[in-house]
Design a protein. Structure first.
Length: 398
């Protein structure tokens, strides 16, 4: 966890980040191709049967054409459904056509073509509503068994469990995708509502802060204007009062804005958990630290330290695990609140900190705290300590 990576090589990211929405049409296409391409392994048996020379030239040509039409219909159905789903009647028609074509190919070319029913089962699980798919998938398996009675019963029984499992697994995948999409939408809605609520709160606070002051300034300005011709001394007193009220209003606004900008340690801990997990780092973060009696300025200093530390872990450390601890310690100078962030990455020695750690040290010193950053037992370790009570200067460690 340093200000710059020591290895000189940027951390490589996966071309398809898990748990994140695709970034563009190219990535969407890549995901679809990889997901659908996995199932093409079941084509090995029909293709091998075609090239083995066990059929006549006409049979081989008809089989190749039928297989091409089958795979094309399957890809159109499943590929299209992963984007904008087609009409339900079209879906049902394509599934029935695939089932009929699979049955025809199995009857005419032999048991090596039973793998096509796996595609029919996948199509049922991926495109049909759950209430219909739960019946369509067993029906596909039953159709394969009926065909197996005439073509190859043993091969049909061998694929029975696979056809059922692969179809119902697809229904689970589809439900998971739909739930994820709904969760993203709900998260965006919650964020929008939170932003709206924050705007309303800011509007209420500014109204409470400035409403009285601005009304008083307006009233005294009108009064000074009326007094100015005949009583300039009294008008001057009103102007002095206006200056005092405006200065106090400015102080109130600055304090309010500072309060809005001041980070909270609990919120930063929650954000650290999300950021580290999203970066693929196993995180151990406390849920609710004990902040009883801790001044807001002290808490804000630790919050800034946590934010800087987690940023460095995510960007520069290449760590696989990160531990965050918030501890109360009793020192000779009084009670101390200590934040420890330790990872197992390739951090530097900390002898030449960057601008981030330098600024963080200055911020902690203003709050009466100290900062230690350098190599720990397994990687990089940052320890920030601030007084847990006002008026205490941290000078030693317990």
């Amino acid at each position: 966890m340093t200000e710059a990576p020591l290895s000189g090589e940027p951390r490589r990211e996966s071309p398809i980040p898990l748990g994140q929405s695709p970034g563009g049409r190219r990535e969407v296409l890549l995901r679809k191709v990889l997901w659908i391409g996995v199932w093409l392994v079941f084509l090995s048996s029909p293709v091998h049967d075609l090239v083995s020379g066990s059929h006549t030239a006409a049979g081989t040509a008809a089989g190749g054409l039928g297989l091409t039409v089958f795979v094309g219909g399957y890809l159109v159905l499943v590929f299209r459904n992963m984007g904008t789903p087609p009409a339900p009647r079209l879906v049902a028609g394509l599934i029935i056509a695939l089932a009929l074509l699979a049955t025809l190919l199995c009857y005419t070319l032999g048991p090596h073509w039973f793998g096509l029913y796996c595609y029919v089962s996948v199509a049922c699980g991926a495109t049909l509503p759950l209430r219909i798919a739960r019946w369509a998938i067993p029906a596909t398996a039953g159709t394969m068994l009926l065909v197996g009675l005439h073509v190859g019963e043993e091969e049909a029984w061998n694929l029975l469990i696979l056809v059922l499992l692969i179809g119902f697994a697809m229904t689970g995948v589809v439900q998971l995708i739909r739930t994820t999409v709904e969760l993203r939408k709900a998260r965006a809605t919650v964020a929008q509502l939170a932003a709206n609520e924050e705007r309303l709160r800011l509007a209420r606070d500014l109204h409470d802060l400035l409403g009285h002051s601005l009304s008083l300034i307006t009233l005294k300005s009108e009064l000074a204007g009326r007094m100015l011709p005949g009583h300039p001394d009294k008008a001057a007193q009103q102007v002095a009062d206006i200056e005092q009220v405006s200065r106090q209003a400015l102080v109130d606004v600055r304090e309010a804005v500072t309060g809005y900008r001041r980070p909270r340690l609990a919120a930063e801990l929650a954000g650290a958990q999300v950021a580290l997990t999203a970066a693929g780092v196993v995180a151990e973060v406390p849920a609710e630290p004990d902040l009883a009696g801790v001044p807001e300025e002290t808490e804000a200093a630790l919050a800034w330290a946590l934010r800087e530390a987690v940023t460095n872990v995510v960007r520069h450390s290449g760590a696989g695990r990160c531990t965050v601890q918030v501890l109360r310690r009793q020192t000779l100078d009084g009670s101390v609140l200590e934040l420890v962030v330790e990872d197992d990455g390739s951090g530097g020695s900390g002898k030449a900190p960057g601008n981030g750690l330098t600024g963080l040290t200055e911020r902690l010193e203003k709050a009466g705290g100290t900062l230690e950053a350098g190599r720990g037992r397994h990687g990089f370790r940052l320890a920030a300590r601030v007084p847990a009570a006002p008026g205490v200067d941290v000078g030693s460690r317990a």
